[in-house]
Design a protein around this ligand. Structure first.
Ligand SMILES: Nc1ncnc2c1ncn2[C@@H]1O[C@H](COP(=O)(O)OP(=O)(O)O)[C@@H](O)[C@H]1O
Ligand SMILES: [Mg+2]
Length: 249
């Protein structure tokens, strides 16, 4: 079943159509990867989906709800969560406090049923559960800014999960990671498909082809091809883009 759909999305900057009529579907339980050369419009598309930018045309729906004119914070409540490449982390606070804040922010009425006296243990349990979900339970009391880069990225994922999203937007989660950290992040993302559908923007082709159920290839603001990893790998148009015979400006 289609969970998320972008239809005819357009975003222009002056004379440049950074996103030029893009359709993308993400099904329930799916990992959908978005790839494309530099300047293809990936970041613009992510910003349109998360609500940092408004489209000039097109629509966005999540689970039947129209997100197109919804503010970014409302989109989070509607079930769309984005990882912000560690910028959402409070570096001077512990992993525990980062997660407690996130859990509290998204709890809404969820923890009220426990009553005032029991609310704190419930919040702590939820925070620790998130740490465990991303493999940070041993770092729970450490200051976030002192963690290695890979662990900070995991914390960022846990913060996004605190909103209990239906769709998780992952913008280059492997950026700046060495091979070991990348491998662990790939394992984590593969496990996250139980929690939410995922739209994964990623440069690392090995990661994309390991993780994705479907891949969309963005070039010059348009979807050049969409399909299974095998079909995308075999597509001569995609190959020509990644051999550099196209995609350069
Ligand atoms: N804020 C902006 N103002 C003007 N042009 C922009 C802006 N953001 C992106 N662009 C242009 O839009 C195109 C797509 O950029 P971007 O979405 O960053 O691509 P990608 O993330 O795939 O590298 C590029 O030509 C870029 O120069
Ligand atoms: Mg980009």
């Amino acid at each position: 079943m289609t969970l998320f759909a972008a239809r005819g999305l357009v975003k222009r900057f002056g004379g440049v159509s950074a996103v030029d009529g893009v359709d993308i579907d993400v099904a329930d339980g799916e990992i959908h990867a978005l790839i494309g050369p530099n300047g293809a419009g990936k970041s613009t598309l992510v910003n349109l989906i998360s609500g940092l930018l408004r489209p000039d045309a097109g629509t966005l729906t999540l689970d039947g709800a129209d997100l197109t004119r919804m503010r970014a914070d409302r989109r989070v409540r509607a079930g769309l969560s984005r990882c912000f490449q560690v910028t959402s982390i409070f570096r001077d606070a512990t992993v525990r406090d980062n997660l407690l804040l996130a859990v509290q922010a998204h709890a809404g009425g969820h923890f009220r049923c426990f009553g005032v006296r029991d609310a704190e243990p419930a919040l702590r349990e939820a925070a620790f559960g998130l740490a465990r979900r991303v493999g940070l339970e041993a770092d729970f009391d450490r200051v976030a800014g002192a963690l290695p880069h890979g662990a900070q990225r995991k914390l960022d994922v846990a913060l996004a999960l605190a909103a209990r999203p239906r769709l998780l937007l992952l913008d280059e989660p492997m950026a700046g990671m060495g091979p070991d950290e990348s491998a662990r992040m790939i394992e984590l993302i593969a496990a996250l498909r139980r929690d939410a559908a995922i739209l994964l923007i990623e440069h690392d082709m090995d990661a994309v082809f390991q993780l994705a159920d479907r891949v969309s290839v963005l070039v010059y603001g348009r979807v050049l091809a969409a399909g299974t990893p095998a079909a995308i790998k075999a597509d001569p148009r995609v190959q020509s883009v990644y051999l550099g015979t196209e995609g350069e400006r």
